[in-house]
Design a protein around this ligand. Sequence first.
Ligand code: ATP
Ligand code: MG
Length: 393
Amino acid sequence: MKEIILLKEGEIAIKGLNKRSFEDAMVKNIRRRLKPMGKFEYERSQSTVEVKPLDDDVDFDAVEECISKIFGIAAYCRAAVVEKDFERIAEKTMEYVSEELENARTFKVNAKRADKQFPMKSPEICAELGGRVLKKFPHLTVDVNNPDVVVTVEVRRDFAYIHTGNRKGAGGIPVGTSGQAMLLLSGGIDSPVAAYMMAKRGVRLSAIHYVSPPYTSDRARQKVERLCEKLTPWCGDIAFYCVPFTKIQEKLRDNCPEELFTILMRRLMMEIAQRIAEEKDIQALVTGESVGQVASQTMNAIVCTDAACRMPVFRPVIGMDKTEIIEIARRIDTFDISIEPYEDCCTVFTPKHPKTRPILAEVEAAQNVFDFEPYIKEAVENTELKVIRSDRA
Ligand code: ATP
Ligand code: MG
């Protein structure tokens, strides 16, 4: 074992009696996600989880990258593992943190001696190791108050750990501890960000996507599957439902007032999403709507959409500007796929002048002119399911 990762729990640590089950969920998520990268052992103590590789050839950069996206981890720390011998510790320190020391101007050494049998006391370790660092990196000076780098040595029961402190984790709470929701996932920028935000609060997500062949291409659908793949590091496995929506859109075009087309389409999307959600014991819907962004997202339009919903609809980006949403999309790496120019079913038959202030009674009356039920049933029956897995190698 050359390196380990120490994980610090955030909110989980204050969950009182439920702490254990939150911790179990987090470790289960980590196990699953790290499975393709090798064998690991997990040791828990006092709101810290130690991830120890059982093989020596683990790609630790990949492990770190993976860990940094798992919700429930407030901070993590990657450490070198060495024998509890001062010479070995000093030697390893020069090598393991050399890059950070080269780029720093000031440093200090912080020693923690959990094993009181170790022959040097903490201040001695600090003084001796600090001296050696200064000798090897003469451009550095010691600053005990505000150093650029804190070289930390922890002498524990079996080994000594060397690291330079905590890095920020993904935060939030473990996926799977806050129930399940069905995300309406388009190929756009907003809905993948909505997924990230709900997963951060522990919600396990399924995704539903509507396609209208031949008006929308298979590449548009593949694009959304790729978005799901990009989301799995954050969200875990995603059950991806693809709904054939062409007939419903054609019936809408032929039977309903053009200016209400979009709002009626959105109500029917919600209806189908709820039927599949109910079947799967999923309790809520999630969309990437942001109030005022487009005609279908005015307050009146949202009132008309919500009136078609029996379950809560979460809209985590509702109060965000596009620039703020884009900032997150870039960080979670969905942005570049989202801006690929494939058509979405929302842009098929869109009216030139959609009603921005639809009145619910009018919308309901327009929908009642035609019997959509058989088409809804058919769409649900022909929906295809594909599970996008988070543990693929
Ligand atoms: P996005 O960037 O997420 O596509 P948008 O700003 O383009 O959002 P709309 O096209 O009005 O907004 O869609 C609003 C929301 O409706 C989306 O965030 C998504 O949740 C859902 N949605 C839109 N089109 C589809 C689709 N083809 N399949 C599934 N959900 C969709
Ligand atoms: Mg869209």
